[in-house]
Design a protein around this ligand. Sequence first.
Ligand SMILES: [Zn+2]
Ligand SMILES: [Zn+2]
Length: 160
Amino acid sequence: MPFPYRMCRIFNSNWYHFLWYAYTTVFSLSCAEVCEMSNYTGGCQCGYIRYHLSEEPSSPHFCHCRMCQRSAGAPVVAWANVPIASLTYEGAEPALYRSSESTQRGFCPKCGSSLLVVDDGSEIIDITLATLDHPEEVTPAYDSNLESSPPWMRWESRNH
Ligand SMILES: [Zn+2]
Ligand SMILES: [Zn+2]
C-alpha cells in the first residue's frame, strides 16, 4: 500500500504526509485525488485575487532587501518560486508595478497585498508565502540580503 504513494510529488519529507497517508488509507482515496486535494492555493487580504499552484513552491526563503521591504511595508518577505505555467487565477489577476528595469511586482488592485515578483522573460515567478492559504506547508530555508535587515529585527536585540 505505501509504495505507490511514495511516487506522489507531495510525498517528500514532511511529517504531515504521514497523516495524508493515514487519511487516504482510511478513506480509500487514490494518489491523484490526494494530489488534487493538496494543491496550493492562496490569495490577497480582501479575496479579490485568488490563485492556485499546481506545483509545490521551490527555493522558499526570506528576502530582506530594501525593494521587498518597501513593496510589502514589512522588514522581511518570505518567497518561493514556481513555474509561471503552474500558476492560475480563479478570476481577477494581480495589477503589476515595474519596480526595476527588468522586474515587475504583482499586487491586489483593491487591497494592495503583495503577491508576486517576476523578471521579464522568466518562466519562473516568485510568490509571497504569507499569501498561501496554508503558509505552514512551505518552510523558508535561507535568508538573502540580510545586510538590509534593520538591527531591531535581530534576535539578540529582542531578547534582552
Ligand atoms: Zn485584495
Ligand atoms: Zn527582496
